[in-house]
Design a protein around this ligand. Structure first.
Ligand code: NDP
Ligand code: X2W
Length: 348
């Protein structure tokens, strides 16, 4: 039996931090040794998250109070974007890092500056970061010191569209991504737009034609196409806690049907533990993945000639964040990729 991997979770008092703690509790090869917080530093985790009170874990501390990293092997950074670059740059070089924020996802730091409102604070480190959409980057992830975990919205659409673009099966200049997210995607820190009164009993589009996940999706699709690709991406906030459903409107090449697209995806993801392609005509619900690391993909032909509609679902806190982060850690550390991630979805 090998020694457990000693884990620090920065931002453990947030939603994705708590989800890392929950999932790592079931991981056979890890030991959580450091938990950090900002406003909640100094408190026991059970005071912040009573649902984790049965676990024996260290209290929350401020990052600056962690002066000795010698007892840590791998760091999960679950901090707000734009705070993470400086934090990771200050960590000892020896530590492996999985960053859940957006700070290292965009390879071009000029594009980062344009979408995240300021210059990149660690451009040299950015050159070493690997974008960790695990199923499509496994080999690079295995060698990475720093993995940029994909955004919650970009995960499903890239998994469904990149293999189709690589196979030349769809028109890359006509892709519409209609996305709907649960409110936990906005994090736990109080925000007016996430209040119950603002979100319940309604649904609304936001950041229309201007959401920061559009360039992240375009980065992946452009790599698959071998040339620049732009997408129409519209996110919506829906009154549920977890889950992201993306409806993808695509134009298959002449003679290609939805069943052919699904067949290609089925071949591409054969044997993958977490990406499952449904039979033609069967469409997934967010309920089908709740609490699990699964991404489900379904599809149908549109009545409109030449159009097909694909639907992807993930749990934003699992495959869209902490689950995929653990999947990446498993690949980086040479562990079985599904270790700690075999939870079946909570249905209904
Ligand atoms: N929620 C989601 O579905 C997803 C989130 N992400 C990304 O993951 C990261 C974490 O998200 P999430 O867990 O939702 O966010 P939360 O707002 O729920 O949690 C943020 C965490 O960071 C801590 N924190 C806040 N500001 C600072 C600071 N200046 N210095 C140190 N610590 C700080 C908070 O501490 P305290 O509470 O004590 O103040 C808390 O522990 C973000 O970058 C987010 O964009 C990625 C994919 C999906
Ligand atoms: C519902 C909601 O507010 N979602 C967030 C994105 C969620 C997220 O986690 O963004 P990152 O993956 O880039 O960190 C938003 O629209 O900004």
């Amino acid at each position: 039996m090998t020694d457990p991997i000693r884990i620090a979770i920065l931002g453990a008092s947030g939603y994705t931090g708590a989800e890392l703690v929950r999932l790592l509790h079931g991981h056979p090869n890890t030991d959580v040794v450091v938990l950090t917080a900002d406003r909640r530093a100094g408190q026991p985790l059970a005071a912040v998250f009573p649902h984790l009170a049965h676990l024996h874990l260290p209290d929350l501390v401020a990052i600056e109070d962690v002066t000795d990293w010698s007892g840590v092997d791998l760091v999960f950074c679950a901090l707000p974007h734009a705070t993470t670059q400086a934090v990771i740059e200050a960590l000892p070089e020896r530590l492996r890092v999985v960053d859940l924020s957006a700070d290292f996802r965009l390879e071009d730091t000029a594009v980062y500056a344009q979408w995240y409102g300021g210059p990149h604070k660690a451009p040299e480190l950015q050159k070493t970061a690997v974008y960790g959409l695990t199923e499509l980057a496994r080999e690079r992830v295995s060698r990475a010191r720093l993995v940029a975990n994909p955004g919650c919205y970009p995960t499903g659409p890239q998994l469904a569209l990149m293999p189709l673009i690589e196979a030349g099966l769809i028109d890359v200049d006509d892709i519409i991504i209609d996305a709907k997210s649960g409110v936990s995607g906005a994090g736990r820190a109080p925000k007016e737009g996430a209040l119950h009164t603002e979100v319940s009993e309604g649904i609304h589009a936001y950041s229309v034609a201007s959401h920061r996940h559009a360039p992240e999706i375009e980065q992946g699709l452009s790599r698959a196409a071998g040339r620049p690709v732009l997408v129409n991406f519209t996110p919506h906030l829906v009154p549920m806690n977890r889950g992201i459903l993306c409806t993808l409107y695509v134009r298959p090449c002449e003679g290609v049907k939805a069943a052919d697209l699904l067949a290609r995806l089925g071949e591409r993801f054969a044997g993958e533990p977490f990406v499952k392609v449904l039979p033609p005509g069967t469409l997934p619900h967010t309920r089908h993945v709740r609490g699990s690391n699964l991404c489900l993909i379904g599809g149908v032909d549109d009545r409109l000639p030449g159009r097909a509609i694909l639907v992807t679902v993930i749990d934003n806190l699992v495959k869209g964040a902490s689950g995929q982060a653990i999947q990446n850690m498993n690949v980086m550390m040479g562990l079985p990729e599904a270790a700690g991630l075999d939870q079946a979805p909570l249905f209904p």
